[in-house]
Design a binder for this molecule. Sequence first.
Ligand SMILES: Cc1cc2nc3c(=O)[nH]c(=O)nc-3n(C[C@H](O)[C@H](O)[C@H](O)COP(=O)(O)OP(=O)(O)OC[C@H]3O[C@@H](n4cnc5c(N)ncnc54)[C@H](O)[C@@H]3O)c2cc1C
Length: 529
Amino acid sequence: MNAQAAHAGGRGNQFDVLVVGSGIAGLYAALTAAPRARVALLTKGALDDGCSRYAQGGMAAAVGAGDSVELHYRDTIDAGRGLCHPDAVRVLVEEGGARVRELLDWGVTFDTQDGELLLAREAAHSRARIVHARGDGTGLEIESALISRVRRSGVTIKEHTEVVRLVVDDGGRCIGVETVDTQLGTTGCVAAGAVVLASGGASRLWRNSTNPESATGDGVALAYDAGAEVRGLEFVQFHPTALALEGAPRFLISEAVRGEGALIVNERGKRFVLDAHPAGELAGRDVVARAIWEELQRTGAPCVYIDCRPLGPTAPLRFPAIAHACVQFGIDITRDLVPVAPAAHYMIGGVSADLDGATTLPGLFACGEVASSGVHGANRLASNSLLESAVFAHRAAGAAINSLGEAEPPRFAAGAAERLPLRGSAEVRRLWSDLHDSLWSGAGVVRKPGGLRLALATATAAAGCAEPSLPAVRLRAAARTAGLVCSAALAREESRGCHLRSDLPQSSDQWHGDYVMHKERGARLDRHL
Ligand SMILES: Cc1cc2nc3c(=O)[nH]c(=O)nc-3n(C[C@H](O)[C@H](O)[C@H](O)COP(=O)(O)OP(=O)(O)OC[C@H]3O[C@@H](n4cnc5c(N)ncnc54)[C@H](O)[C@@H]3O)c2cc1C
């Protein structure tokens, strides 16, 4: 595409910084950039769509007495099973406190007692260090406060605007995006000096998932197709304890519940996680998910149970959203056991990003769940992802502005505007359904090569769907990302963190590194020293 060609949209569609996504990462990046640049924020649904608003437990930060960045650093590195990037973790823990204070300045109300932040304990954290809001409504509180601020910030907001392609000029620089209006089906484009991708994760692609519908991995497909490197895609975190009731959504039962004393038991009331790890219910997420999965395989039961009764009668006050969700299904958490099973929850891998969110594609930055910043290694420590989103969005926004030249933002020619049908065919719906099922059975909690190959074939078939409709455009992006996940999971011939292979149950020194993929250059292992 010729970057010098006349820009079809005029200055109204030309910005210094363009942010894609309106979860905590996108909002944080837009708010950081807004005082210094002309910023646009594009998001495919309403502003509050995305995973962020559903975050329950909170945001980890070493801000309490008796805690230290050193302890937070150590816990994060330990959880990551050898694959964390130490420099990224250092940035995460050292800048965490400043971001918590900034969120307070921006109007987020965290839970306090006697003027002090209340701090919760979660699995694999050696200290109580999780700041939270509205009990278990941390994401909703942060998202609401940031949305209210961004609406007053001068940022140009475009809701229901889905990015379907990153535009790259002849010099290999990302200069904008192509879009589809998700309510009208009309295509468009927006040019920018720098693009910050904050489009979230992909866990909704699995049949059983804690994520909302928006989490279909668009960002990985967009960046990969535009020529950016992606890495670590085999590491998909399965949350051990999502509500497991026929017909009910996989509502998350947060780790914070276990941090306050809830237990995991099997049908006979036995605490079986203790057999897998001495920390029992407070062991790392990968350990607990695997223990539950194996228990389900062993017994053939559809679920295990969380027993919240040790929390006493005040549990609904501390966890109002969880208590409310359970009541909808006739479960009183002060009295009844809560049926749970693992569900796809968080994409650890993503678009390779450095400490400033810069990807390998000039002009493109990435932050939040879509990025692989290196902080989570092979297994994310609970409540580190809201923190990661804030810390690296702040950095990415600053770096995006610093990357802008003196010149006007780029211009490029858009193709003729089209109108895509908003409804897809029955064939597209079938391909979507097959993709969800094949990922769950083939690339789920514990993987086998045969299942991964089947899932890869299903993803490849879906990616080949040529139908000209918005659901088909989305399917192709989702299938692209799903195929990359399966390829990476097939390539990594070991088990590590949340990537578990039944045929290769041990970790191997040979795989002590990041599996990196590039559209033209192929794949390689970047070994950690
Ligand atoms: C139920 C649940 C509970 C959680 N609890 C916690 C917790 O307690 N602590 C914690 O640290 N983490 C938690 N997490 C994880 C955490 O919420 C997410 O990792 C984090 O919010 C990701 O933020 P984000 O801004 O990167 O992505 P999101 O919040 O998912 O936002 C992505 C945005 O990008 C938009 N988008 C996507 N594709 C496109 C496209 N093609 N074009 C335009 N826009 C697009 C989406 O609509 C959305 O606005 C939880 C997650 C879930 C699902």
